[in-house]
Design a protein around this ligand. Sequence first.
Ligand code: ADP
Ligand code: MG
Length: 246
Amino acid sequence: MIRIENLSKTYDGTTWAVKNLSLTLQAGEFVVVLGKSGSGKSTLIRLINRLVEPSAGRIFLGEDEVTQASPARLRRLRRRMGMVFQEYNLVHRLSVLTNTLAGALGEVSPAAGLLNRFPAAAVERACEHLNRLQLGDKIHQRADRLSGGQKQRVGIARALMQEPELLLADEPVSSLDPATSRVILDILKRVNRERGVTVLCNLHLPALAREYGTRVLGLRAGRLVYDGPPENLGTEEVNEIYGAAD
Ligand SMILES: Nc1ncnc2c1ncn2[C@@H]1O[C@H](COP(=O)(O)OP(=O)(O)O)[C@@H](O)[C@H]1O
Ligand SMILES: [Mg+2]
């Protein structure tokens, strides 16, 4: 579903944020990317949806090459990839419903989007997602009045509005307490199982990677140092990923 070939990224021309990465993600996998701060996890996600341009290498979503796509084609490819962010990226003063509908902006004209005019079917779909995520009683509440866990559920509902094939989640639980983190990861797991959405999720805790991943990737200084099942992620592998000396 995603094929990455010899992908590299340098921002400054001297250090590698991602270095010569090649891998294939199968449809339906729940892939957890582990690595300490600065190891290249966010860069990898931003390369996949081309929020940053690679310095070298190619990325394919299915048969379509992301790295060569024209702006119009890239817009269509991006609609197939939902994003979930650490800091939720909601518009604070807007309602839960309006924030969720932002995920359907690709379906309406820019003018309609500016006026927050969405087709009734999109509104209905948004409400369904919000109900399923236990936010049915919050749809008219301002986003900034929600708890962190509720905000992240809105973030997930917004991503699901795109009906994505792939969910890219960049440290979606790093701002949340342990119990709420599990609630959010359980939701991502359910979306993965029930809807067959492939998930690529950056985390920094090995324990959560073992619990939720069907596959774990370990990044260290932009290089892939582990690629395997969670049950093979032992102390040695964790040291390889997190080891003090780069
Ligand atoms: N926009 C940027 N400009 C310059 N350097 C960046 C930028 N984003 C990330 N980096 C550098 O790239 C490396 C990888 O960063 P990042 O992908 O954010 O890692 P992680 O998400 O694992 O913390 C780090 O050395 C970081 O300083
Ligand atoms: Mg990051």
